[in-house]
Design a protein around this ligand. Structure first.
Ligand SMILES: [Zn+2]
Length: 288
């Protein structure tokens, strides 16, 4: 998930009509990644789209008010209905469209922990996320991995440990050599780590390192947010995570408090982003 706090504040405090109008101005853009795989961008997490003879599979579905716009963007690519929605994790800016797509008959796939969180009221960062109704819940879940055979692709959905949350998945289209990473890998600078929902800096580092062993230099990487990337971008992101983690760990080992660590600016050389939030989340994952 990624939104400046002021966006959330407006969603929280403005009347519903104004919040809805916020989505009225959103436009969905499509980027072709391979002949049969696209990335859609609007508001919220990147949507991956696989088209072909078997139907349409999407990865994540953004906010519920955007479903019609997402469907219109998909209709520009294919006449086939959405058969599957694969969720990268449970955050609302990736999954609030679930009830709409599930209600239209799509089968939703997610990690078991992501489904558990969707069944109860959550609080993510600064916003409540109410439990989803049954049609918005994943009907296929997995613990470590599940493989789909769809549109001529071998599609591996992999949980490589707790990272951004406790229910993260990456989706790897083997023949196309395309991976959607969800929010384990993002391109807006310092990432959000949902420590309150099972995430941690060391989990992020382990997960990202594992990704680099699955993909190769030719892989097209669809991040949770931002433009299509390469393995090299993922490697550089891992260096950022590891460097900041080590700085914070060293300071903890020297007995520094969180306030002292924040003042020492451990994100120096990296960013942009909310350094205070990021360092606090790193600290909370490391402090004894
Ligand atoms: Zn997220």
């Amino acid at each position: 998930m990624r939104h400046p706090a002021f966006v959330f504040s407006s969603l929280l405090w403005l009347p519903a009509a104004l919040a809805a109008q916020d989505f009225d101005t959103v436009e969905i853009s499509a980027t072709q990644v391979t002949p049969s795989i696209y990335m859609l961008q609007g508001s919220g997490g990147n949507v991956g789209v696989s088209i072909g003879d078997d139907g349409t599979l999407i990865v994540d579905d953004q906010f519920a008010p955007l479903t019609d716009k997402i469907l219109a963007a998909i209709a520009e690519l294919t006449d086939e209905p959405v058969e599957y929605v694969v969720n990268t994790h449970f955050h609302y800016d990736h999954t609030d469209g679930n009830e709409n797509f599930g209600g239209m008959g799509a089968a939703i796939v997610a990690h078991e922990n992501a489904r558990v969180r969707m069944t109860t009221d959550q609080f993510v960062r600064v916003r409540p996320q109410p439990a989803y109704s049954p049609e918005g819940l994943p009907e296929i879940t997995f613990d470590q991995s599940v493989r789909l055979h769809f549109n001529g692709q071998t599609i591996d959905i992999l949980h490589l440990g707790n990272a951004h949350t406790d229910g993260d998945a990456v989706i790897y289209f083997r023949e196309a050599n395309v991976m959607h990473t969800g929010d384990v890998f993002v391109r807006y600078g310092l990432p959000f780590i949902d420590v309150g929902n099972g995430g941690s800096i060391n989990g992020m580092i382990r997960f990202v390192d594992a990704i680099t062993h699955v993909i190769d230099q030719d892989t097209a990487v669809i991040p949770g947010h931002g433009a299509v990337a390469s393995r090299q971008d993922v490697v550089e992101y891992a260096v950022m995570l590891r460097t900041i983690r080590d700085r914070v760990q060293d300071a903890i080992d020297q007995g520094r408090s969180l306030q002292q660590i924040l003042q020492s600016n451990p994100t120096q050389g990296f960013g942009p982003g909310d350094a205070e939030e990021f360092v606090t989340n790193v600290y909370n994952g490391l402090a004894p």
